[in-house]
Design a protein around this ligand. Structure first.
Ligand code: FAD
Ligand code: SF4
Ligand code: SF4
Length: 478
């Protein structure tokens, strides 16, 4: 019997589905993913909450404009293969984006359901639905490989195997070009592999996407630091007619306060790379050690700070303090990550700022001196400026400190390719539509252009760059 069409009132009355997840006590004892994902029944019920708005404001909230109402309708009809195909028209990494996109700030923010129920938390859970169908597809035997056009005989070099580089490689390979990815690290994936922890993004998902690239015929060369082993000029002389630079923003920023060079003070990049990429949590079964600590302070309030703090708990810390100079409200991390961190026991030391690290006689950090802050007028970012309270110094006893206050662009490629121009922050200047740099044949996108941004924005730029590269190789016009 044909199912009766629900009215909008009935759809709005369906409660948001709650994704099951590991409990906080259990999960800090392992590195497994925290949320388990929707069951089929949950996904269908969540999809039925969508009103199929004609103007679809959600699409405008998505940087790559996934056709959200259409894929959700397919889920409601249990046509999961069709749903995932719709997403993949504009987003090649749905299993990743469904997990890590800041959906509450993007596609879900303008959702009519959330607006009608007066809370963005009650919007249709687009990201979780995206994750559901991507995972469903992954579990099907023999998922189809994308079709590849006949060989053009043209060679493209992609530098960096993060989300931007992966997207460019896939789209250019589909157009029939020979694509080689040069990746500096020994494993591909960029931040998806070395930064975002396993408990938020299982590495097998990233691995599968890279395997797909290789099965499409993309050549992957790891341990290839471009700028050191080859320059871009040398790659072009080797016959690469177009080069895409997707080297990310992997240069950690520091606090520049006394004692920062003490043992036990890590940049978040180093800490997370050791823990994730090098699997230091399994040391001595793996080769890379990491300082095991009882008391850890993490400085910062973004996703990187949350990932570091939650990783420290999983490495056995008893007290993890997240020291942030503004209040809860201004924290740039995703709400879900803050909630998970708090549930797990991360202690939020808000309105505090470190002023110096204090070491013991062996050169290890043993305490950090902080100042209390209050909020003043808004600054250029629109957030209220933190102002130190005079005479409010106090110390926190620590064995490990993790600085997670942001990342900048690595200068290696611009330095070795002087005709590629950069802005005052060291980001490569590229046309926002074509991603062409100031050097003929060279394109750039992702964090190296945007500064530390998001996975989906990096992929969105990769998409545009691939289109421009394909056009350039077809016409030769710059
Ligand atoms: P990257 O992912 O940085 O990849 C660049 C690659 O280039 C790396 O593999 C690097 O090794 C390689 N490379 C660098 N220099 C060279 C060279 N000279 N030669 C060859 N290869 C080189 N975004 C979200 O959307 N949601 C999140 O929840 C989120 N959490 C994050 C958590 C952490 C800890 C971090 C660090 C970032 C997070 N981000 C998140 C940001 C997001 O991961 C980045 O915006 C995104 O990965 C940028 O993609 P990219 O391809 O430009 O660069
Ligand atoms: Fe939302 Fe990200 Fe998917 Fe776009 S790619 S629909 S922003 S989860
Ligand atoms: Fe569905 Fe929300 Fe998009 Fe409307 S705005 S189509 S309810 S997801």
């Amino acid at each position: 019997m044909e199912k009766k069409e629900l009215t909008n009132k009935e759809r709005l009355a369906i409660p948001p589905q709650k994704m099951p997840e590991q409990g906080p006590k259990e999960r800090i004892g392992n590195v497994n993913e925290v949320p388990y994902g929707f069951t089929e029944e949950m996904a269908v019920a969540e999809a039925e909450r969508c009103l199929q708005c004609k103007n679809a404001p959600c699409i405008k909230g998505c940087p790559v404009e996934v056709n959200i109402p259409v894929f959700i309708k397919f889920i409601a009809e249990r046509k999961f293969r069709e749903a995932v195909a719709v997403i993949k028209e504009t987003n090649v990494l749905p299993a990743v984006c469904g997990r890590v996109c800041p959906q509450e700030e993007q596609c879900q923010k303008p959702c009519t359901v959330g607006k009608s129920l007066k809370s963005v938390d009650k919007a249709v859970q687009i990201g979780k639905l995206e994750r559901f169908v991507a995972d469903w597809e992954m579990n099907q035997a023999g998922s189809e490989s994308p079709s590849i056009k006949p060989s053009t005989g043209k060679k493209i070099a992609v530098i960096g195997c993060g989300p931007a580089g992966i997207t460019v490689a896939a789209d250019c390979r589909r157009a029939g070009h020979e694509v080689t990815i040069f990746e500096a690290l020994h494993k591909p994936g960029g931040v998806l592999a070395y930064g975002i922890p396993e408990f938020r993004l299982p590495k097998k998902i990233v691995g599968r996407e890279v395997d797909n690239l290789v099965s499409m015929g993309v050549e992957l060369r790891t341990n290839m630091v471009i700028g050191k082993i080859y320059t871009i000029e040398e790659l072009m002389a080797e016959g690469y007619e177009a080069v895409f630079v997707g080297t990310g923003a992997g240069l950690p920023m520091f606090l520049n306060i006394p004692g920062e060079n003490l043992n036990g003070v890590y940049s978040a990049n180093e800490y997370l790379t050791r823990a994730n990429l090098m699997q230091a949590y399994s040391f001595p079964n793996t080769d890379t050690p990491i300082a095991r600590a009882s008391n850890v302070a993490v400085f910062g309030g973004g996703n990187v700070a949350m990932d570091s703090a939650r990783t420290a708990l999983r490495l056995g810390a008893k007290n993890v303090y997240l020291v942030y100079r503004r209040s809860h409200e201004e924290m740039p991390a995703r709400k879900e990550e803050i909630h998970h961190a708090e549930e797990e026991g991360v202690q939020m030391n808000l309105l505090q700022n470190p002023v110096r690290f204090i070491g013991d006689d062996k050169g290890w950090v043993k305490a950090v001196e902080c100042l209390r802050m209050e909020l003043g007028e808004p600054d250029d970012s629109g957030r209220r400026r933190p102002v130190p309270i005079k005479g409010s110094e106090f110390t926190i006893d620590v064995d490990v400190c993790i600085v997670a206050i942001g990342n900048a662009s690595n200068p290696l490629i611009p330095h070795t390719t002087p005709d590629i121009q950069t802005n005052k922050w060291g980001n490569i200047i590229a046309d926002p539509e074509t991603l062409k740099t100031t050097k003929k044949g060279v394109f750039a996108g992702g964090d190296i252009v945007l500064g530390a941004a998001t996975v989906i924005l990096a992929m969105g730029q990769g998409r545009k760059a691939a289109q421009a590269i394909n056009e350039y190789l077809a016409t030769g016009a710059w």
